[in-house]
Design a protein around this ligand. Structure first.
Ligand code: ADP
Ligand code: ZN
Length: 216
């Protein structure tokens, strides 16, 4: 099974991708996470991508498609994959449609106000764990600004600053949202409200997949 998780910044699509992945024993593929890793490791792709990521702009499609092709070659994706943050425009979607068949697209929807609140409160750890100090208790770190899992100091993402956030939302509205119509026409779109707690969003997603005939 191949799924796409789509939604605005801060909608919790990364968190849900992980949960769905565990449930179905499928790997997740987050393009944003891959880029952050490439940037940390100072690879050729990382050096090309850095300025775009920092400014909240999409990395040019050719680079992203190369990164994806390289990643999808790995054995772990043989049985299927959950995409988080890809595709984000129609060119990327055309590229993806040539590579594999998508079963469902899960859109996690939240309001503009909620987006701004969440991004301002988002803290991340180098180990990959994400927290939110503006959300309910289960999403806050137990010890102020240190990771529950590994104890490292938490940071805000460099692109979670007001200017880059505005830029990312603009791209989402202008380039990503037009894809919804296309997925709807294909009968693949599942819309879930992201303004519930993590577990409720997950349950609603499983229920919707079951309605569509997926065995869960
Ligand atoms: P968010 O969805 O909150 O913007 P991500 O971690 O998914 O955060 O992405 C961070 C950054 O990585 C994006 O702002 C962009 O620069 C880059 N990126 C992620 N996905 C793509 C993509 N599909 N195409 C181009 N660039 C991408
Ligand atoms: Zn950690």
């Amino acid at each position: 099974m191949n799924l796409i998780l789509i939604g605005p910044q801060g909608s919790g699509k990364g968190t849900q991708a992980e949960l769905i992945g565990k449930k179905f024993s499928l790997p997740t593929l987050s393009v944003g996470q891959l880029y952050r890793q490439q940037i940390r490791e100072l690879t050729k792709i990382g050096k090309k991508a850095q300025a775009y990521v920092l400014a909240g702009k999409l990395v040019p499609d050719k680079i992203t498609e190369g990164l994806l092709r390289q990643e999808l070659n790995k054995k772990r994706y043989k049985k299927g994959v959950i995409f988080d943050g890809f595709p984000r425009n129609s060119e990327q979607n055309r590229f993806l449609e040539k590579l594999l068949e998508i079963d469902y697209v899960i859109l996690i929807h939240i309001s503009h106000k909620e987006i701004l609140k969440r991004l301002g409160g988002r803290y991340v750890c180098d180990c990959g764990q994400t927290y939110n100090i503006n959300s309910e208790k289960s999403e806050r770190p137990k010890h102020k600004l240190f990771c529950d899992k590994c104890g490292h100091k938490l940071k805000q993402r460099p692109d979670d600053n007001p200017k880059a956030i505005r830029q990312r939302l603009k791209i989402y509205e202008q380039n990503t949202m037009p894809l919804f119509k296309h997925f709807k026409k294909q009968g693949k779109l599942i819309t879930i409200s992201g303004e519930q707690n993590v577990n409720q969003v997950f349950k609603a997603t499983l229920l919707a997949l079951r309605h569509k005939g997926t065995k869960v």
